[in-house]
Each structure stands twice: as structure tokens, then as C-alpha cells.
Design a protein around this ligand. Structure first.
Ligand code: NDP
Length: 309
């Protein structure tokens, strides 16, 4: 039985080093040097070449090298019945919460305005927005959403959430399902997207969603670029209905040089770096899953393929 790593070449060396550190005897192959395809039973992947997975007829698990699995499920040839495992990693959860806190504070402490004034050498004091007066609504109350919500609450923000199924998290008012979306949005001065990308959530940050937010709302998208309808964001910003946006993810990455977001004074761009996978911290759980599969156990953190996350 062998493990195959399918990841952009530039990142392969760190993965090999940290996976081998967990198990020096690991039969680890690195794409495209797969050896006989029938020997591969466990694949680690991030943005693999679509259509390639079907070549491995003895696959027992496909493991994502990120929290999301949308990059795997977009492959129409994922072998049916093979479990797909995602990552769950405390340091990545913490990193995402740091990012969300930074983005929220950047807006409420008016750093977005100061940045614009700086470029014009303009000295203009401006009162910050007080956390107790700012309602932050988090779309997605999973591993990332709940942690970010709890940390925002510690800073005094009024935090609420929205998920697919009803949640009972202490001190966190929340709504569930499409019927409750409007009510949730109506009370979100800052809207944070931490949803997985699925058929239901694709394009969810669109003009209808923006129209339901209070005037002056601020958008933070750290989930996936396909959640956002980019033209609708530009329209809502330019009409003045939205006050700004902080975006980590984009429909096309890297963001093309000619993209209008680059020049927009009220959009802050970060290059898909909210919470990067560190091969060192996640190698132990990947190798553990490999061992489990070899011993006939179900892998940990398996996603529901029907739900898409
Ligand atoms: P989880 O699977 O733990 O949680 C997903 C949450 O979204 C759940 O609360 C779920 O509801 C909710 N949800 C799913 N579908 C819907 C829907 N149709 N309507 C309402 N709520 C829905 O995901 P994580 O928190 O671990 O990660 C979220 C995403 O963040 C990842 O899929 C990935 O795309 C992105 N990400 C981005 C990173 C970056 O660097 N920019 C880094 C890491 C992740 P319920 O609880 O009811 O199931």
C-alpha cells in the first residue's frame, strides 16, 4: 500500500519532509511519479489535476491538504464510495480567528479610512466604532466560525451566526437555514463568510444578500472566492450601501493584474493567506489517518459527500 502526494510542485518538499518525519518507512510517492497506479490506496491532495483520481482503482481514502474539500469535489471523476477526509487543525483555526479579528478591527478602528488618508498625506482624526455597538454576523458556525465568534465576543462585539442546522452555542444567538437568512442579515453590521463552498452556498454573497444588510455594512470573505458575486459587490460598494470589504479569496487566484478590486479604495485584498496549512502541524493527523485506513478503520474527519462539506 502506498500514499500519493498530489500538490503543486513548489510545496512538495515540505510535505515530504514532514510526512517522512512521522514515519520514515512510509511508501510515499510524489505526483507524477506514482509507480503502478494499483498500489496507491491513500491520496493527499490540494488542487490536483482534474480527472486523474479515477486512475487509482484501489483507493481507500482521499485526504484534503486544506480545510475545504471543494477542490476535490469539483473533479467529476472522484471514485464513488471512497471516503474524503478534511483537515481539522487547532493552529489553523486560531490563525483564521486572528485574521477575522484583524479584519473586523481594521474596519472598526477605521484603519481602512486612515490608509486612504495616508496616501493623500491627510491628517484627519476619526472616532472608532465601539465593539458593543457593532453587530458581527458569521455565516458558517463550524470549526472556524464558532472560534472566531467566541474571540470576537471577548473583545465586546455583538456576535451572531447562521448555519444550515440549528446551533446552541452559549452566548451566541444564531439562525439556521435559508428561511432565517433575511432576519440574520438584517442585524449584521459586519458580515463574515466562513461557509464551505457547496451548491447551496455558491454565489451567496450577492446583491440580494447585500440588499438585506444594514446600510454601511462591511463584508469579510475568508471562505472561497466563488461565494462572492464580484460585480454585485462592486455595485453595492459604489452605491454606498456597503462601506467596504476585506477579501482573502477570489474566483480567480492569483487575482489578475487587471482586476477592478485592486484599485478599489474600499476593498482590502489579502492573497488567500487567512489560514495557511502548515505541513509540520498537520502531518501527524494525515499519517494517523493513513495508519487507520491500513488497519481497516474509518479515517477521521470524513466529509459528507452529499452535503459537500
Ligand atoms: P465546517 O464544515 O466545520 O463548518 C461549516 C459551517 O457552514 C457549518 O456550520 C455548516 O452548518 C455551515 N453551512 C454549510 N452549508 C450551509 C448552508 N447551505 N447554509 C447555512 N450554513 C451552512 O467548515 P470550517 O469551519 O472548517 O471551514 C469553512 C470553510 O473555510 C472551508 O470549507 C474553506 O473553504 C474555508 N477556509 C478558508 C481558508 C483561508 O485561508 N481562506 C482556510 C481554511 C478554510 P452546520 O453546522 O449546520 O452543518
Amino acid at each position: 500500500m502506498a500514499m500519493l502526494l498530489m500538490t503543486p510542485k513548489s510545496k512538495g518538499d515540505a510535505w515530504v519532509k514532514h510526512l517522512r518525519a512521522q514515519d520514515p518507512g512510509l511508501d510515499l510517492r510524489v505526483w507524477p511519479e506514482t509507480g503502478p497506479a494499483d498500489e496507491i490506496e491513500f491520496i493527499l491532495c490540494w488542487k490536483h489535476p482534474l480527472g486523474e483520481l479515477k486512475k487509482f482503482r484501489n483507493l481507500k481514502c482521499i485526504a484534503s491538504l486544506g480545510f475545504g474539500v471543494d477542490h476535490i469535489l469539483r473533479d467529476p471523476d472522484v471514485p464513488p464510495g471512497v471516503p474524503i477526509a478534511r483537515l481539522v487543525d487547532a493552529s489553523m483555526i486560531h490563525a483564521m480567528s486572528e485574521y477575522i479579528l484583524t479584519a473586523v478591527l481594521y474596519h472598526t478602528r477605521r484603519f481602512d479610512l486612515f490608509q486612504q488618508d495616508t496616501s493623500q498625506r491627510k491628517w484627519q482624526a476619526c472616532r472608532p466604532l465601539h465593539p458593543q455597538n457593532v453587530r458581527v454576523g458569521i455565516m458558517g458556525l463550524g470549526h472556524l466560525g464558532v472560534d472566531a465568534a467566541q474571540k470576537l465576543r471577548l473583545l465586546g462585539f455583538q456576535v451572531s451566526g447562521w448555519s444550515r442546522t440549528v446551533k446552541h452555542v452559549e452566548g451566541l444567538p444564531s439562525w439556521a437555514g435559508p428561511d432565517a437568512l433575511e432576519e440574520f442579515l438584517a442585524q449584521a453590521d459586519v458580515l463574515v463568510c466562513l461557509l464551505p463552498l457547496t451548491r447551496e452556498t455558491q454565489g451567496i454573497l450577492d446583491r440580494r444578500t447585500f440588499a438585506r444588510l444594514p446600510a454601511g455594512a462591511y463584508i469579510i470573505n475568508a471562505a472561497r472566492g466563488e461565494h462572492l458575486v464580484e460585480e454585485d459587490l462592486l455595485t453595492a460598494l459604489d452605491s454606498g450601501h456597503l462601506s467596504g470589504a476585506c477579501l482573502d479569496v477570489f474566483r480567480e487566484e492569483p487575482l489578475p493584474e487587471s482586476h477592478p478590486f485592486w484599485d478599489h479604495p474600499r476593498i482590502t485584498i489579502t492573497p488567500h493567506s487567512a489560514s495557511l496549512t502548515d505541513p509540520k502541524t498537520v502531518a501527524p493527523q494525515l499519517v494517523e489517518n493513513y495508519r487507520r485506513v491500513r488497519s481497516g478503520l474509518a479515517p477521521l474527519h470524513v466529509i459528507d459527500i452529499q452535503k459537500g462539506y
